[in-house]
Design a protein around this ligand. Structure first.
Ligand SMILES: Cc1cc2nc3c(=O)[nH]c(=O)nc-3n(C[C@H](O)[C@H](O)[C@H](O)COP(=O)(O)OP(=O)(O)OC[C@H]3O[C@@H](n4cnc5c(N)ncnc54)[C@H](O)[C@@H]3O)c2cc1C
Length: 464
C-alpha cells in the first residue's frame, strides 16, 4: 500500500521546493505524452538535478511504495511516459549537461535530459554527429531515445539508437547506481546490461547519463523528391535504388493524404507539379551527381516514378525534409489520432500494404487514414484521425478492433506490432503478436529482479 503523504514529506526534505511541482498545469503537462489518448493522473512531478538525487528519490519511493514514471521529452507515441495511476513523474530535464566532445574516441557523455538536437548542435562544430534523428528531435531527450531504442530517418544507414550508445549510468529502484560499460567499444565480459536497458521503456531502471558514440558528418548529400503512380512502385523504386546507389542515407515514403495535409499545415507550396498516389524522399550521401545521372535516367525510363526533383540548394533540401518530417505533427494537429507503427520484412512489404490498405478503405471509408514511413527499414506508420461524429471511447474501441485485424495480418507477414515507438500502454494488448509466451515470461522475471515491488513505470509493456 503506497504511503504518498509520507513519501512527499520525505521528498520535501530531500529536494528544494523548485524541484517539486504539484500545480494542475504541471500535473497535466508532465503526466502526458504526444500520444494524447490517455488521461493523465499524476500526483507530483519531481525534477532531480543529478544521479545522486535520482538514487535518493528511488530509495524513498521503495521505502514508501510510491510508483514512479520516468519522463523525458514526452514525445513518445505509445503512452510510455503517461502517468495514469497516481504515479509521481520523475522528469530528467534538469540532468541535461553535454560534456566535452572526445574527438579521439569520437564520443560524448551527456545527461539523460539532454535534448537530442542540442547534442547534434554541440557535436557538429567537430565534424561529428549522433546519428539518431527524427522530427521530434527538438524536444525528445537522450534518455527517452535510449529507453525507446528510437529509430527515425537514419536507421537505413546507421541502425537504431542501440548501436550508438557505449555506456550508461542508471539507477534501480533500490537506489543502486550502476555504471555500465563506461566508454568501452569492446568489453566481452558477459551479458551486456546496458543493452537490456536500451528499449526497456523505463521499466527496469532510470537512465541518468549516457556515453554516446559519434560518427563523422557526411561530406555532402543529394536529396530527391519523387512522385509515384502507386505504392507498389515505392518498393520497386527502393529495390532499384539499393542496387545502384552505395550510400542511401534515407528512403522515406508518404501517401497523397500525408503530402497534402503537411504542405497545407506547414504552408509549403507543393514542389512537384502533379498530385500523385505516393511520394518518396531519397537521400544519398557522399555521392556526386555525375554518378547519379545514369540511374536517375533509368528510373524515368523504367517508369518507376512520374515526376522527380533533385534539391538544387540546401534550402530546397530542407524543404523536402520539412514535408517528410512534418507529417506526424500535421496529422496530429488539433486531432485525436490512433497511431500504428508496424514493420515487416522488406520482401513482404508490398503484399502486406496491398492487403491492409484495401481493408482500411473498405471498412473505414469515412475515416481519414494516413500511410507513411521509413520504407527502407520495412517500417510503415498508419495514422487514423478520430472522425468528428465518434466519441473518444467509441474511437478507441474502433481502433482496438481494427488493430486486432491488422496484427493478425502482420503475424502472417512475420512483422512487428511496434517498429520503433515501443509498447507503452497503448500497444500492450498486442505484444503477444510479436513476442512468444516464453520471451514474455523471461521479461517478467527480469522485471522482478530489477524492480521486485513493481514500482517503476508500472503497467508499461505488460500488465503487472
Ligand atoms: C512528430 C514526432 C515524430 C516522431 N518520429 C519518430 C521516429 O521517426 N522514430 C522514432 O523512433 N520515434 C519517433 N517519435 C517518437 C518519440 O519521439 C521517440 O520515441 C523518442 O525517443 C521519445 O523520447 P522522449 O524523450 O520524448 O521520451 P518520453 O516520451 O518522455 O518517454 C518514452 C519512454 O521512455 C521512458 N524514459 C524517458 N526517459 C527515461 C530515462 N531517463 N530513463 C528511463 N526511462 C526513460 C519513459 O518512461 C517512456 O516509457 C516521434 C514523435 C513525434 C511527436
Amino acid at each position: 500500500m503506497s504511503n504518498y503523504d509520507g513519501f512527499l514529506t520525505a521528498i520535501s526534505k530531500l529536494l528544494p521546493a523548485d524541484q517539486v511541482r504539484r500545480d494542475a498545469t504541471s500535473l497535466e503537462t508532465y503526466g502526458q505524452d504526444w500520444s494524447n489518448l490517455l488521461s493523465p493522473n499524476a500526483k507530483a512531478i519531481l525534477f532531480p538535478a543529478n544521479t545522486e538525487q535520482v538514487s535518493q528519490i528511488l530509495k524513498l519511493a521503495t521505502e514508501y511504495k510510491q510508483t514512479i514514471v520516468p519522463s523525458g521529452g514526452r514525445t513518445g507515441l505509445s503512452g510510455g511516459a503517461v502517468a495514469t495511476q497516481g504515479e509521481c513523474v520523475l522528469s530528467l530535464e534538469k540532468i541535461n549537461f553535454i560534456g566535452p566532445i572526445d574527438t579521439l574516441s569520437q564520443t560524448v557523455t551527456v545527461g539523460a535530459g539532454a535534448i537530442t538536437q542540442a547534442v547534434h548542435e554541440a557535436t557538429a562544430p567537430h565534424g561529428l554527429t549522433w546519428p539518431v534523428d527524427f522530427a521530434s528531435k527538438g524536444s525528445s531527450q537522450v534518455g527517452g531515445n535510449i529507453s525507446t531504442n528510437a529509430g527515425g530517418v537514419r536507421v537505413l544507414r546507421y541502425g537504431s539508437t542501440r548501436n550508438w550508445v557505449l555506456g550508461l549510468t542508471a539507477v534501480t529502484m533500490d537506489g543502486t547506481r550502476h555504471t555500465l560499460n563506461g566508454s568501452l567499444e569492446k568489453n566481452n565480459t558477459g551479458v551486456d546490461f546496458k543493452q537490456m536497458l536500451i528499449g526497456s521503456e523505463g521499466t527496469l531502471a532510470v537512465i541518468t547519463e549516457a556515453t554516446l558514440k559519434l560518427c563523422p558528418i557526411p561530406r555532402s548529400r543529394l536529396v530527391f523528391l519523387f512522385s509515384l503512380p502507386d505504392f507498389a512502385s515505392v518498393v520497386r523504386l527502393f529495390q532499384f535504388a539499393r542496387n545502384k546507389v552505395k550510400q542511401i542515407s534515407a528512403f522515406e515514403c508518404m501517401d497523397e493524404a500525408c503530402f497534402t495535409v503537411t504542405c497545407q499545415h506547414l504552408n509549403i507550396t507543393p514542389p512537384l507539379k502533379e498530385a500523385a498516389k505516393g511520394y518518396v524522399l531519397l537521400e544519398v550521401q557522399n555521392e556526386s551527381f555525375e554518378n547519379s545521372e545514369a540511374w536517375l535516367n533509368e528510373i524515368f525510363e523504367k517508369q518507376l516514378v512520374t515526376e522527380g526533383l533533385m534539391a538544387q540548394s540546401e534550402k530546397e533540401a530542407e524543404t523536402f525534409w520539412q514535408i517528410r518530417e512534418g507529417i506526424a505533427e500535421s496529422v496530429l494537429a488539433g486531432h485525436e489520432v490512433h497511431q500504428e507503427d508496424v514493420s515487416v520484412p522488406l520482401a513482404n512489404l508490398g503484399a502486406f500494404y496491398a492487403q491492409i490498405h484495401s481493408r482500411y478503405t473498405q471498412e473505414y471509408p469515412h475515416a481519414e487514414i494516413y500511410f507513411f514511413g521509413h520504407i527502407g527499414d520495412g517500417n510503415l506508420h498508419i495514422f487514423i484521425r478520430k472522425p468528428k461524429n465518434l466519441t473518444k471511447e467509441a474511437f478507441i474501441q474502433m481502433a482496438h478492433e481494427s488493430d486486432l485485424k491488422l496484427f493478425e495480418t502482420l503475424a502472417k507477414f512475420e512483422g512487428s506490432v511496434s517498429a520503433e515507438h515501443g509498447i507503452g500502454l497503448l500497444k500492450r494488448h498486442a505484444i503477444h503478436f510479436s513476442r512468444t509466451p516464453a520471451e514474455l515470461a523471461i521479461f517478467r522475471q527480469l522485471k522482478k529482479i530489477f524492480d521486485p515491488l513493481h514500482l517503476l513505470n508500472p503497467g508499461k509493456i505488460f500488465e503487472p
